[in-house]
Design a protein around this ligand. Structure first.
Ligand SMILES: Nc1ncnc2c1ncn2[C@@H]1O[C@H](COP(=O)(O)OP(=O)(O)OP(=O)(O)O)[C@@H](O)[C@H]1O
Ligand SMILES: [Mg+2]
Length: 297
């Protein structure tokens, strides 16, 4: 019987960085489960452990404690050679810092991972050309990273991550430095890597607009997952917040009306001021009541 392990899974993952005498707890018991073929997003504040998590799943670093499974395999006790194979064949990694080699052309940057696994020249040529065409850089193959725009560099990094056809793609802030429009195109491409190429995709992002386009949104804070939501659940949570805001505003408005009536009775405001403020407050009250009513409350 196969165990109940998910395609990608972490259990109580802990990562402690030792910097001289100082210990940094980057992950503090992080657990998640992702199924094959899903596209998910990981969203959370700076320093919450997102890159650390991807680096463990991508086989770049070991966790201090806990277990991780990638493509169904337990990588917690993997040897350096096994992690090397994971990096080369199983997980395509688009780094926050891109990691393109500045002296190599776009073509050579994409070819590099294929050279590393000893792919034959013809296969390399076919694959690199196809990938660069797919990401829309067919005419930029001989440009070095410095001779490419931010969005183009990001696309070279995606192509390089896909070179060895890994079943999993992880992307760390793939739209971080890009303008909205260029970022949207990159996201569109990552979505198609999931739907058209059938790959399991993990995207780390700060951007709720991007997260909303994935199957599930994992919120990470202080090295732990604090919620897992579908986009519609996340939307509902936003509605909850709005409802609470309206309720608080309504309470305040009612208090303001009471207060206004009192100061008028005590003749501390003129009839004109009273009338004007009374009308405004009632309009606000009616608006809030109507909105809450509209939301079924
Ligand atoms: N190599 C390292 N050595 C020591 N501390 C580290 C190292 N890498 C990360 N950290 C610390 O671990 C914590 C988590 O860092 P991480 O890079 O995973 O955060 P992040 O969520 O990716 O942040 P950002 O959104 O800014 O990229 C931070 O407090 C960071 O300072
Ligand atoms: Mg990061």
């Amino acid at each position: 019987m196969e165990s109940m392990t998910s395609y990608i899974e972490t259990r109580d993952l802990v990562k402690v960085y030792q910097l001289g005498d100082v210990e940094v707890q980057a992950l503090r018991g992080l657990s998640l489960k992702i199924d094959q073929g899903e596209i998910i997003s990981i969203i959370g504040p700076s320093g919450s452990g997102k890159t650390t998590l991807l680096n463990i799943l991508g086989g770049l670093t070991y966790a201090t404690a806990g277990k991780s499974f990638v493509a169904g395999n337990d990588i917690s006790g993997a040897s350096p050679a096994q992690l090397g194979s994971l990096r080369q064949k199983t997980v395509g990694h688009i780094f926050q810092t891109l990691n393109l080699i500045p002296t190599l052309t776009a073509y050579e940057n994409v070819e590099l991972p294929m050279l590393a696994i000893g792919a034959p020249k013809d296969a390399r040529k076919e694959r690199v050309t196809e990938l660069l065409q797919t990401v829309g850089l067919g005419l930029r193959m001989n440009h070095k990273p410095d001779e490419l725009s931010g969005g183009e560099k990001q696309r070279v990094a995606i192509a390089a991550a896909l070179a060895n056809d890994p079943p999993i793609l992880i992307a760390d802030e793939p739209t971080g430095d890009l303008d909205t429009e260029t970022g949207a195109k990159i996201v569109e491409f990552l979505l198609s890597v999931n739907t058209d190429m059938g790959k399991t995709v993990l995207i780390v992002t700060h951007d709720p607009q991007i997260a909303r386009q994935t199957d599930r949104i994992y919120r990470i804070m202080d090295g732990r997952i604090i919620s897992v939501q579908t986009p519609s659940e996340a939307e509902e949570a936003t509605v909850e917040i709005r409802i609470q805001m309206y309720r608080d505003r309504l309470d305040e408005t009612k208090q303001d009306i009471d207060q206004l009536q009192k100061v008028y009775e005590e003749k501390r405001v003129t009839a004109g001021t009273f009338a004007e403020r009374w009308t405004n407050l009632h309009l606000t009250k009616e608006f809030l009541e109507r909105e809450l009513n509209r939301m079924g409350l």
